[in-house]
Design a protein around this ligand. Sequence first.
Ligand SMILES: C[S@@+](CC[C@H](N)C(=O)[O-])C[C@H]1O[C@@H](n2cnc3c(N)ncnc32)[C@H](O)[C@@H]1O
Length: 275
Amino acid sequence: MSHWTESWRDFVKKTSYKHVLADEKISDDQFWRSYAVYDRILSYSGYPGAILQRISSFIPAGSTFLDIGAGTGAFALPVSRKTRRTVALDPSAYQLGVLREKAKEEGLNNITTLEKMWHYVGPGEIHGILDDGLDKNLVGGTGEVDYSLASYSLFDEDIVGFLQKMIDVSKKGAFIVFRAGEPEPLSEFAYGSKPFANYICLQHILADMGCEFCTEIFDRSYALPVDLALRQYRYSIKTQAELIDFLRAEGRLQEKDGALWASFATKDALLYLIH
Ligand SMILES: C[S@@+](CC[C@H](N)C(=O)[O-])C[C@H]1O[C@@H](n2cnc3c(N)ncnc32)[C@H](O)[C@@H]1O
């Protein structure tokens, strides 16, 4: 195992939300069900914004698309406006339920949901879902979908297996979205210093696998109502009052329309491989 794959494994095990599942003895689905504000937080955060526009610009109308860890559909829903068929994969029934509800509201009927971890998807399974007789040359287990995406969903200790499978199923291109910046100071204060990984770790792992992805960086600055901001830190070792004091000391709190808002600045990296 290389230094980079080890760093990624440590990040997944000790820093990402997966460590909460182990500590609290809850499933992915229970975690996301108890964090139903996820979609509301996204709506304030300017995400997926410009990254979505960039990914969409690569995908011709009529393509097939696989969103790995689709969540509530931040990408799967808008991208499906131009795809022939989309598979939205996620281990959480709750997240996929929200996605299906939104697809129904938006009149999108070309999305199939698949409730699974990426690790457990078998050879030919994605092809089996997408096979509508229009693709004549598919070989089960390889080249099963035109484009795939994993956005903030690469939570697998076997990151090489995750990425290789994603690259293998994608006939025309693969997209990865992950954070580009430094650790969020509020997270370090809330949880203490933990193993950290950003897109550079993924770039090294992909290079070791012999895959040169292109990279683009996107900046986002936004404000969240402070109660929503603190929901992200509900497993913190600090009290809510301590978190608010920290934000205030950092000059990141402002009052607007009688409510308290916390400001955030973040960077996302888009890694992509287009054949
Ligand atoms: C932070 S959310 C991101 C959702 C969406 N991609 C977005 O950008 O808004 C992470 C999602 O990945 C899913 N997930 C976690 N581990 C996964 C895995 N090993 N395979 C597929 N999906 C996974 C979670 O259930 C969750 O819905």
